[in-house]
Design a protein around this ligand. Sequence first.
Ligand SMILES: Cc1cc2nc3c(=O)[nH]c(=O)nc-3n(C[C@H](O)[C@H](O)[C@H](O)COP(=O)(O)O)c2cc1C
Length: 201
Amino acid sequence: MSNVKILVLYYSMFGHVETLARTAAEAINAVDGAEAVLKRVPEHIPDDVLQSFGAKTSQTAPVADPGELAEYDGFLFGTPTRFGNMAGQMRNFFDQTGTLWAEGKLVGKPAGVFVSTGTGSGNETTVLSMVPTLVHHGMVFVGLPYSAPELTDISEVRGGSCYGAGTIAAGDGSRQPSEKELNLMRFQAKHLTDVARKLKG
Ligand SMILES: Cc1cc2nc3c(=O)[nH]c(=O)nc-3n(C[C@H](O)[C@H](O)[C@H](O)COP(=O)(O)O)c2cc1C
């Protein structure tokens, strides 16, 4: 089967989505013939405002350029919930992909979404808020199948759904992604990679 290059592209203010993104990239790199590239979308909030929020400003993943999406065979997009939607930083990034859309550069490429919410209000809608954009680009939306064992396990607080992996950060951001949430992220990343290889092959 073909080798595939998958972009894990995320925005994270406090580090929860960043942790999921790094976990996804590791899981992709563990698949034979697959390579993950981990990048962030640009920040738009001034540094002093971010500092006053207590944001994690030390993230080392390089910042992506919208035009580079054409280079990849598949995508995982990670975003925190903003009032049940994707973050504006992710929205703004996609709003710079009109040329890619006009040229059909992303048509037929698989894409999945993962999220972080504070209370869980947005765990599913945030993923779904990205689907129209992906579909307009002709991308193939790939969820998180119920063959993932943790998806039917409701024995503890857990983010993630069949639409995509996720974590629940708590109102004050004090909760970190649990092992079950990270396993769901790994499962989704491997699944997306498998689909990308089949589509490319
Ligand atoms: C403007 C704003 C709106 C938010 N809206 C929601 C929301 O609708 N539901 C929710 O559960 N959390 C909401 N949150 C909490 C964030 O989703 C939470 O801080 C985020 O998931 C943490 O991820 P991060 O560490 O990667 O930034 C909101 C936060 C901000 C700043």
